[in-house]
Design a protein around this ligand. Structure first.
Ligand code: PLP
Length: 366
C-alpha cells in the first residue's frame, strides 16, 4: 500500500526490524545507553540547546503535557486556530481550566501576526498563546517565526503544536523564541505512533514551577530528571525507542537540510500535479504545507468513493477531511518516508480514479 495520509506514515524496513528486537529491562544498562544516546540527537531536529523530552504517548498527549506543565486554572490563554488541530489544543487548555480567548482563521488561511499582536494588546493578562505550526486538517503551515515575534513583546509563552512539521519542515525552536514545542513519532519521523517529543525553554521550565494544572503521568519535570539518568518515570514503549534510534540514524545520514529539501520537492510535485488535473488546493498558496496537501472536492465529486477507488483499485490511501471539511476535501500526506516516485504513483492513481468519483481530470499528469 502507498500510505499517503498525514500520519501514521510508512516506516522503512530497518525501522520495522528494530521493532522486533527482544524486550530488555527498561531500568537496565541497554535502555539507559539507548536513552542517553538518542535524546540528545533530537536537539538538532528541534534546533535547540535545551533538552528534548521523550514521552510515551501520542501527539495529543504531548500537547496536553505542554499545557498542564506551564499553566494554572484561570490563566488567560489565546488560541490562534487555523483548523481542527488548533481547536483541539484550545479544548485541552479549556479542559484544564484555562480561560481561552479564540482567534480563529478561515480554513485554508494562515494566522495573521498583526491580529495576534492586537489580541495580545487587548488582554494584557494573557499568559500563553497556543499556535499550530502545521495545520494538518487544512494543509497550511503558519508563519511561525513571525507569529512568535508578534507574541514576544507581551511576554506570553508560545506553545506550539509542531506534531506534523518538526523533522520535515524547519523549526528553529531557540532562534524563534518558542517556549514549548511538541512533535509526534508517527508523522515525519518515519516511526509508528507512540512517542511524543517535547522541548521546553528556560522560561517554560520557570513557569512550570508555579503552574498548578493537575498532572501526574505528564509531569515533565519527572521526565526531565529521569531522562538525565537514562531513565523514564514510567515504562516506556521500548520497541518505538529501538525504532527511533534507527530512524535517527537514517535521517542524520541523509542530513536534516536534505530531509527538508526532499519534503519541499515532494510537496511541490504534489501541488503541481493536483493543479494540472484541474483541481484546487484548499490552502492559501503562500502558506501551503510541505507535509500535507488538502485538495478541494469540486461540486459533484464523491470523496468517499474517490478514496475507496484509490485504495481498492490502486493501493493508494489518502486522507479525507475532518470535522466540517468532511466530504469537502481530501488530503495527500507527503511526510516522513516519501520520495518523488511515491507522489508520481499517487498522481497517476488519482488521474485514473477521478472519473469514477465524478470528476473529469483536465490533462494527463505526465
Ligand atoms: C496528528 C496531529 C496531532 C495529534 O496527534 P495524535 O498522535 O493523533 O494524538 C496533533 N496535531 C497535529 C497538527 C497533528 O497533525
Amino acid at each position: 500500500m502507498n500510505l499517503r495520509i498525514p500520519g501514521p506514515t510508512p516506516c522503512p524496513p530497518e525501522v520495522l526490524a528494530a521493532m522486533s528486537r527482544p524486550m530488555v529491562d527498561h531500568r537496565g544498562p541497554e535502555m539507559a545507553a539507548l536513552i542517553l544516546r538518542t535524546a540528545p540527537r533530537l536537539k538538532s531536529a528541534f534546533q535547540t540547546k535545551n533538552d528534548v523530552l521523550i514521552v510515551t504517548t501520542s501527539g495529543t498527549g504531548g500537547l496536553e503535557s505542554a499545557v498542564v506543565n506551564t499553566l494554572s486554572p484561570g490563566d488567560h490563554v489565546l488560541s490562534v486556530s487555523i483548523g481542527n488541530f488548533g481547536e483541539r489544543l484550545a479544548q485541552i487548555a479549556t479542559a484544564f481550566g484555562a480561560v481561552v480567548t479564540k482567534l480563529p482563521f478561515e480554513n485554508g488561511r494562515a494566522a495573521d501576526p498583526e491580529r495576534v499582536a492586537d489580541a495580545l494588546r487587548a488582554d494584557p493578562a494573557l499568559k500563553a498563546v497556543l499556535i499550530t505550526h502545521n495545520e494538518t486538517s487544512t494543509g497550511v503551515t503558519n508563519p511561525l517565526e513571525a507569529l512568535a515575534a508578534a507574541v514576544r513583546p507581551s511576554g506570553a509563552l508560545v506553545i506550539v503544536d509542531a506534531v506534523s512539521s518538526l523533522s520535515s519542515i524547519p523549526v528553529k525552536v531557540d532562534a524563534w523564541g518558542l517556549d514549548v514545542v511538541v512533535s509526534g513519532s508517527q508523522k515525519g519521523w518515519m516511526l509508528p505512533p507512540g512517542l511524543a517529543f517535547v522541548a521546553l525553554s528556560e522560561r517554560a521550565w520557570e513557569a512550570s514551577k508555579t503552574a498548578t494544572m493537575p498532572r501526574f503521568y505528564f509531569d515533565l519535570a519527572k521526565t526531565r530528571d529521569a531522562q538525565a539518568k537514562g531513565q523514564t518515570p514510567w515504562t516506556p514503549a521500548l520497541s518505538i525507542y529501538f525504532a527511533l534510534d534507527v530512524a535517527l540514524d537514517m535521517l542524520e545520514a541523509e542530513g536534516w537540510e536534505q530531509v527538508y529539501a526532499r519534503h519541499q520537492v515532494c510537496a511541490d510535485l504534489t501541488r503541481a500535479g493536483v493543479k494540472r488535473l484541474g483541481l484546487e488546493l484548499l490552502a492559501d498558496q503562500r502558506f501551503a504545507s510541505n507535509t500535507v496537501t488538502a485538495v478541494k472536492a469540486p461540486q459533484g465529486m464523491d470523496v468517499s468513493l474517490l478514496r475507496k477507488t484509490l485504495r481498492e483499485q490502486h493501493g493508494v490511501v489518502v486522507g479525507g477531511g475532518q470535522a466540517e471539511l468532511t466530504g469537502k476535501i481530501f488530503r495527500i500526506g507527503h511526510l516522513g518516508l516519501v520520495q518523488e516516485d511515491d507522489i508520481k504513483a499517487t498522481l497517476d492513481a488519482l488521474e485514473a480514479a477521478l472519473p469514477v468519483a465524478g470528476f473529469r481530470p483536465a490533462v494527463a499528469t505526465v
